[in-house]
Design a binder for this molecule. Structure first.
Ligand SMILES: [Zn+2]
Length: 212
């Protein structure tokens, strides 16, 4: 992204709000944009052609505006767009909005993104997905039983089928992460004899045996 491009920012964009199906406000811990995981959840319609990692954008403070690839900082409201492969969101934020309190705070902490941060952000995103699923379940249970139009039902079933397949991939991915984390922690002397680590490791073994 060039400086000129970054100057062509839209300053009037706002983050797209999600529709609330049940008139009940989502829990505050799922709407608080000071949480990077919740900022990730604004990237629902982020262009799939973009190679920039939405988790990196969110950790750098940005929420998606819903327009092209324009992102906006939750703190300084500064916007950036026209992301190119290899662009570093935090570096871009620092370059164009060096006085942003979020950028300054990250610099002060000097804490690199670590596995703990990644797990917390993933967990927040999963909480959001769980909340959405419960909303869908609630609204489904309110349906009167009227036979829905077949084309809509077919589409719904197709989408749920795709979701199930994707969920299976996520499950497998989480299993791989768990194995890797267990191996990493097993090398840490402070973790020797840790009960929860032993439980996880044992769980992995049991799962494998039950699969045979
Ligand atoms: Zn900012």
């Amino acid at each position: 992204m060039t400086e000129e491009e970054a100057r062509q920012v839209h300053t009037t964009n706002h983050v797209a709000k999600t529709e609330n199906l049940d008139n009940a406000a989502p829990p505050a811990n799922l709407t608080d944009l000071s949480s990077a995981g919740n900022r990730v959840r604004t990237y629902m319609y982020w262009p799939s052609t973009s190679s920039v990692n939405v988790f990196e954008l969110a950790r750098a403070g940005f929420v998606f505006t819903g327009i092209d690839d324009v992102v906006k900082c939750f703190k300084c409201q500064g916007t950036l767009k026209k992301w190119k492969p290899g662009d570093d969101p935090l570096e871009g934020h620092k370059e164009f909005y060096p006085d942003c309190p979020h950028v300054v705070a990250l610099d002060e902490i000097k804490k690199p993104i670590n596995t703990e941060t990644q797990l917390v952000d993933l967990l927040t995103v999963c909480d959001g997905v769980g909340y959405r699923l419960r909303q869908l379940q609630t609204i489904q249970s309110k349906a009167s039983g009227v036979e829905p139009a077949k084309k809509h039902l077919t589409e719904l079933q197709k989408r749920l089928d795709t979701t199930e397949r994707t969920m299976h991939l996520v499950m497998k991915q989480m299993e791989a992460v768990t194995k890797c984390l267990a191996k990493t922690l097993a090398d840490d002397p402070a973790m020797s004899g840790d009960k929860s680590l032993a439980e996880i490791t044992e769980g992995l073994v049991n799962l494998k045996e039950s699969n045979v």
